[in-house]
Ligand binder design. Structure first.
Ligand SMILES: Cc1cc2nc3c(=O)[nH]c(=O)nc-3n(C[C@H](O)[C@H](O)[C@H](O)COP(=O)(O)OP(=O)(O)OC[C@H]3O[C@@H](n4cnc5c(N)ncnc54)[C@H](O)[C@@H]3O)c2cc1C
Length: 395
């Protein structure tokens, strides 16, 4: 029996794997996705669940990233109204807050401008009489409260919706299917995987490595060894507290190190994140540490006095995800968050790895992936346009 053939094989069914499958199928290509565990098993179910431009990336002048993310936010609000919703965000400024009111005003004005002044990009300051209604936020030393809007999603549900859209256009998903190795041949890639306790092989024109924090483990199984990018895995944790935030989201400054920490409503609980801790173990085993939990709880309690003195027993659940950042000098907090598309060669690549990235920009990233691979793929008749395909939650 001959070996199966396809245009594209994608490793990983996180948001990037699903996004590339959707863009590839929409462009008319045959695509096979291999996922070792479950849809959104990795980072794509452990994010902060924000579809946002990333207000704080303005501080590190990543304007192109913010603009692209805000454009994708506007698009997702239209394409996936049941999965992506605008929410009010609050930034309280105290006497000792590092980011001063004028800086926030300038940042929020720029954020609105980069968002094309579209609906949902306007901001305001809350009148003092409304402060008491802010979920018990500490008003001692409070100088101003800014309110703007950003969007929230369910990251895993969004990933599943994108994968369903890809499958509706003909993409195939094998799950659980573990990628075990590949050979780069002159005009194709031969890919091996294990599925239902059997070894399978399939030929593809191109292989897309969307294995997130496992990306370099995947590359290590390819012969001849392709170039790899040195990356650090940086863990980010969230805790879930028993309680509710009725007024929306809070953008807080951790008293200990002045990092931005979010507190947000999540399924009748309060979600607080995140942290930044270097990680070197098995990506599947990443878990919040007691220190991270104390840091997040401490930051939240600092601003919401009713929680002062609360111990770890008030934490109902916690989870951690891994950022993939190019190895470089500087703290993880300031490192650029642009997505890196890394290929085995400049012309007619057979292999493309997606390093890093934002949930928010997955569609734009997937379209860039298709552009980079165009010369390696046969011409096909498009079946759809990712800018127009609606995304709906499972019924
Ligand atoms: C703490 C944290 C918070 C974040 N918050 C936000 C946010 O609020 N908004 C935002 O826009 N972005 C956010 N991000 C970024 C975003 O979550 C990630 O960029 C995105 O989820 C990465 O998706 P991915 O598909 O590349 O990787 P993953 O979701 O990790 O998917 C990789 C998949 O590959 C599979 N895989 C691995 N090896 C194999 C193999 N050998 N065979 C088969 N399958 C394999 C894994 O099982 C996994 O499902 C956050 C990231 C972190 C870490």
């Amino acid at each position: 029996m001959g070996m199966n053939n396809t245009d594209i094989i994608v490793i990983g069914a996180g948001i990037h794997g699903a996004g590339v499958a959707q863009a590839a199928a929409a462009a008319g290509h045959e695509v096979l996705v291999l996922e070792q565990r479950a849809l959104a098993f990795g980072t794509s179910s452990r994010s902060s669940k924000l579809i946002h431009g990333g207000l704080r990336y303005l501080e590190s002048r990543q304007f192109a990233l913010v603009r692209e993310c805000l454009r994708e936010r506007a698009l997702l609000l239209r394409l996936a109204p049941e999965l992506v919703r605008l929410q009010p965000f609050h930034i309280p400024v105290y006497r000792d807050t590092r980011r001063r009111p004028w800086q926030l005003r300038a940042g929020l004005a720029l954020y609105a401008l980069l968002g094309g002044l579209a609906p949902g990009t306007r901001f305001r300051t809350l009148p003092r009489r409304q402060w008491e209604a802010l979920d018990g936020l500490d008003t001692g030393g409070l100088q101003q409260v800014f309110q703007y809007h950003d969007a929230q999603t369910d990251d895993a549900a969004l990933t599943r919706a994108v994968m369903r859209s890809a499958q509706a256009l003909g993409a195939r998903l094998e799950l659980p299917a573990v990628f075990t190795g590949a050979e780069l041949a002159p005009g194709e890639v031969i890919v091996h995987y294990r599925c239902a306790e059997r070894e399978h092989s399939c030929r593809a024109r191109v292989l897309v490595n969307a294995a997130g924090p496992w990306a370099n483990q995947v590359l290590a199984r390819i012969t001849p060894p392709p170039p790899t990018l040195a990356v650090d895995l940086v863990q980010g944790s969230h805790i879930l507290l028993d309680g509710r935030l009725e007024r929306g989201f809070y953008y807080l400054e951790a008293p200990r190190d002045r990092r931005a920490v979010f507190a947000m409503p999540w399924h009748d609980r309060i979600l607080v994140g995140t942290t930044e801790v270097p990680y070197e173990g098995d990506p599947a085993a990443v878990a919040p540490t007691p220190e991270e939990m104390d840091y997040l709880l401490g930051t939240f309690a600092h601003y919401f006095p009713a929680w002062r003195g609360a111990g770890r027993e008030r934490i109902r659940d916690a989870f951690a995800g891994l950022r993939v950042l190019p190895t470089a000098a500087g703290s993880a907090f300031d490192r650029p968050r642009e997505t890196i598309l890394h290929t085995d060669r400049a012309r007619r690549p057979r292999l493309l790895t997606v390093y890093g990235g934002k949930l928010t920009a997955y569609r734009a990233t997937a379209e860039k992936v298709m552009k980079r691979l165009a010369a390696s793929l046969p011409a096909r008749r498009p079946r759809g346009d990712t800018r127009k395909l609606p995304l709906t939650p499972a019924t």
